[in-house]
Design a binder for this molecule. Structure first.
Ligand code: ADP
Ligand code: MG
Length: 458
């Protein structure tokens, strides 16, 4: 987060988008896509900017070849900036705990991380008010809304699933925020499943399990995000099962999210799976065109900028499967607007956004498909590629073959060779088998649609 003029506040993301926007105008598409993909500002502290890059190649190139340009652009945006460094990955320095010294007054601080309540882990930015409802998410939204009105009494547990960037966390947090508003005496806690797991592990280590349990017993609404991460963690699942039962028997509300339905989470204890399935399950699928436009309009309004219809139309047509990406595109244009004090027209928007739309994330390849299938079924890539006849491998392999055919139009001989050197008749048989079953088996349809979401959302 940085302040570039007395009244213009930019988040790290916006600042970096502004840098990218300028660089993009000066180098080739190919270079841009190669060197600037997956880069970010990891931190900005006391005039020192830490840029995170995906690998050592990119680090070297950015430092040596583009370092000066990047520094110049940043310095032009903020004269406080003294130094730009590069790190691989983002974890090391991503701290927002302290505001940079250059902040003039706390009144201007708008860093979201500051607003997250330490007790509840809720971020007030996520509300029902700013959650756009369409046919793709209305069931999940309605259930969430009902749960927030009568926590513990309807839809318990409430289980929401859907692909990456489609609003699960937003909805879960909105429930928590609404409960706090509706019932001042209720205790709410939001936790990513990974944090819950970490809590279990450290309590076991410190022989502090009783304390851990007591902490959860006092909660009225427990919200656990991304429970697919509990897969395979037996001890954590056991603790979660007990916590779940205690709360459930006391009519406390439990809300869960996952990237897939309970029955598709591998290595989940049956008793936990049946608990997850015991309440209401709501899914979020892809937003339709109208909703994508509505979301873009809501977000531009939040930022106080009105973009031309044709610009919104351009974004909505090019990003169809991820609401976070819709926001990312919009942020790029917002950055342009803030720097140039001018709303980008369609032509400018196209040049600012082209590289986003070309992003390799949105294009499938055999490797991505195979990895996504392997991950989804909790297998290793090499198992899927082997010629093993184990039941738990055969079916995922057939699904991978089917997806290669459907999504990439790969030839049958290619598919056969790829998977354990089989001949093309095996490939044809596998693809046809899955295609036929798709019409009849709803589970399979859901699973394949979730795998596709993973392939196409990076
Ligand atoms: P997920 O948890 O499913 O990966 P998030 O809840 O983090 O997705 O959503 C990604 C971004 O998209 C967030 O900034 C969120 O506010 C926004 N978003 C998602 N769905 C909606 C919606 N229906 N209306 C408005 N914003 C949304
Ligand atoms: Mg999420």
């Amino acid at each position: 987060m940085i302040i570039i003029a007395t009244d213009i506040i930019m988040t790290n993301e916006e600042l970096w988008q502004a840098v990218l926007a300028q660089i993009q105008l000066n180098i080739s598409q190919a270079n841009f896509a190669t060197w600037f993909k997956n880069t970010d500002i990891a931190s900005c502290k006391e005039g020192q900017i830490m840029v995170s890059v995906p690998n050592s190649f990119a680090k070297e190139w950015l430092e040596n070849k583009y370092g000066k340009t990047i520094f110049k652009i940043l310095y032009n945006l903020d004269k406080e900036i003294k130094e730009v460094n590069y790190i691989i990955g983002k974890t090391e320095l991503k701290t927002f705990k302290k505001p940079p010294v250059s902040f003039p007054s706390p009144g201007q601080l708008e860093i979201e991380e500051f607003k997250i309540n330490k007790e509840t882990n809720l971020n007030p930015r996520y509300a029902f008010d700013n959650f756009v409802v369409g046919p793709f998410n209305e069931l999940a939204q309605a259930a969430a809304w009902a749960a927030s009105k009568k926590p513990g009494l309807v839809y318990n547990p409430l289980f929401i699933y859907g692909g990456v960037g489609l609003g699960k966390t937003h909805l879960l947090q909105a429930i928590g925020n609404a409960v706090i508003k509706n019932f001042s005496n209720k205790k709410v806690k939001y936790l990513p499943a990974e944090k819950f797991t970490a809590g279990v592990v450290s309590s076991i280590k410190n022989h502090d399990m009783e304390n851990f349990k007591a902490k959860y017993r006092s909660i009225d609404v427990l919200i656990i995000d991304d429970v697919q991460f509990l897969a395979g963690k037996e001890k954590t699942q056991e603790e979660f099962f007990h916590t779940f039962n205690t709360l459930y028997e006391d009519n406390k509300q439990i809300v869960l999210s996952s990237d897939r339905p309970p029955k598709a989470i591998p290595a989940l204890a049956d008793r936990l799976r049946s608990r997850f399935e015991g309440g209401m399950i709501g899914d979020i699928s892809y937003p339709d065109y109208e909703t994508r436009i509505a979301i873009l309009k809501t977000k531009s309004q939040e930022k106080g900028i009105g973009f031309p219809e044709e610009v919104l139309d351009y974004i909505a047509n090019n990003i169809q499967r991820n609401i976070r990406d819709l926001e990312g595109a919009l942020n790029r244009l917002v950055a342009f607007q803030k720097i140039n004090n001018q709303t980008p027209n369609l032509e400018v928007s196209k040049s600012l956004l082209r590289s986003l739309f070309l992003s390799p994330n949105r294009i499938a390849n055999p490797k991505k498909i195979i990895l996504a299938v392997a991950e989804f079924y909790d297998l290793r890539e090499k198992d899927i590629l082997s010629s093993s006849r184990k039941k738990e491998v055969v079916r995922p392999r057939q699904i991978a073959m089917y997806l290669l055919r459907e999504e990439l139009k790969s030839s049958y001989p290619f598919i056969g060779r790829k998977f354990g050197g089989k001949d093309h008749t095996t490939a044809i048989h596998s693809c046809e088998k899955i295609a036929k079953e798709l019409g009849e088996n709803e589970n399979l349809t859901n699973e394949i649609s979730l795998i596709k979401q993973r392939i196409f959302s990076g």
